[in-house]
Design a protein around this ligand. Structure first.
Ligand SMILES: Nc1ncnc2c1ncn2[C@@H]1O[C@H](COP(=O)(O)OP(=O)(O)OP(=O)(O)O)[C@@H](O)[C@H]1O
Ligand SMILES: [Mg+2]
Length: 359
């Protein structure tokens, strides 16, 4: 008769590839059931967007065959409990991880990436929100097709809070919802800082695994306020392949060191990497040059999470309020799905490091 202890012993030989500890030590094995040679258990992953699910499952089956019984019939179930190491829950309570999408240069695709990253994480099964922090040029209402809508207010713990709008399962909040279509934001100077703080703290997100923050372009006071106000898990830096964008992205990363807490760079996304015409599918035209993503990843000691070519579908999706990531079988749908996995993986690694440092 196979025992639970034998199974746990076998699984203690399986490493979580990113966290470099075994699954038993990480408390990832639940609900072991044994019926003669039939073994079932659940692996609780740190994110539903785990890119290594397949490898972990194969390693578990192999370990049981090696250490318990080579004739065992193993059935592995997967669930997830998204990790978080946030200490203070004063701002954005219930939000496990906050990831800001930054760039120095404007127009490189931050907002498009933020909406599609959020969409792809949500499609993987995570609870996701998008905070449009670009108060002067908000885009997320358009990108999720929510123009003209208004959030409603609700009393939460005796305080009047805004409830984000929801589209395709993603919660969205933007200053655009608080303005009339032809109204510009008139916040100036010191007012911006306090208005932004209030905007961030007056939204009731409920439980979220990931809140994606779409940052404004540049490196001004608004950015500093946002970096100080939102307890970020990390940032994703966006650049296009050319030198100018790269230099600006470096400035945006340098800003991270101006706040007292260390904000990790989860990685770099190179956007508009090349263009391939439909009629010449094997040709790549490097319209904006080459190499910016790799360089920025090197300079920021992080990794290149994705290279996203120019696609009409991405642009159309952004303009029609249907994020391109929804087309999961399209080439760009696959790229966004991989990007979501890579970001979720980096968040889990950052959380793994933080929790072992404080243990
Ligand atoms: N990979 C892509 N393929 C096609 N079009 C893209 C791609 N990425 C972004 N775009 C388009 O480029 C334009 C600029 O993108 P976006 O608004 O996301 O940039 P941004 O960095 O947020 O700009 P800003 O600095 O003004 O906030 C949009 O029209 C968007 O649809
Ligand atoms: Mg933008």
């Amino acid at each position: 008769m196979i025992t639970e202890k034998e199974i746990l012993h076998a699984l203690s030989h399986v490493q979580e590839p990113d966290l470099h500890k075994d699954l038993v030590t990480l408390n990832m094995i639940k609900d072991i059931q044994i019926n003669d040679l039939n073994i079932e258990f659940t692996i609780v992953l740190t994110t539903p967007a785990c890119p290594l699910k397949g490898k972990i499952e194969r390693d578990c089956v192999a370990a049981i065959h090696q250490y318990v019984n080579d004739k065992a019939v193993v059935k592995v179930h997967m669930s997830s409990n998204v990790s978080s190491t946030r200490q203070d829950k004063f701002v954005l309570p219930g939000v496990r991880n906050i990831v800001a999408v930054i760039s120095g240069k404007g127009g490189v695709g931050k907002s498009t990436i933020a909406s599609n990253l959020a969409m792809a994480l949500s499609l993987s099964g995570a609870k996701v929100g998008v905070l449009d922090a670009d108060i002067y040029g908000p885009s997320q209402a358009l990108m999720f097709g929510l123009q003209g809508e208004q959030p409603y207010m609700e009393e939460v713990d005796g305080k009047s809070m805004m409830i984000p709008l929801e589209k395709h399962g993603v919660k969205v909040m933007s200053v655009a919802f608080l303005l009339k279509p032809d109204q510009a934001v008139a916040w100036r100077g010191p007012m911006v800082s306090s208005a932004l703080k209030q905007f961030v703290s007056d939204v009731s997100w409920g439980e979220l695994d990931y809140l994606i923050v779409d940052m404004p372009p540049g490196t001004g006071d608004v950015h500093l306020t946002l970096l100080q106000t939102t307890p970020l898990t990390g940032v994703v830096a966006v650049t296009t392949p050319q030198e100018v964008a790269l230099a600006d992205a470096q400035k945006a990363i340098a800003m991270l060191s101006m706040v007292p807490v260390k904000i990790p760079v989860l990685g770099v996304v190179e956007n508009m990497s090349w263009f391939t015409p439909v009629e010449l599918p094997d040709n790549k035209y490097f319209i904006f040059g080459e190499g910016g993503g790799e360089k920025l990843a090197n300079l920021s000691s992080s990794s290149l999470l994705a290279k996203i070519p120019l696609y009409m579908g991405i642009m159309k999706g952004a303009d029609t309020g249907e994020p391109a990531a929804l087309q999961q079988d399209s080439p760009y749908g696959k790229i966004y799905s991989q990007l979501a996995q890579a970001v979720a993986q980096q968040v889990a690694i950052v959380n793994g490091k933080t929790s072992s440092a404080s243990a």
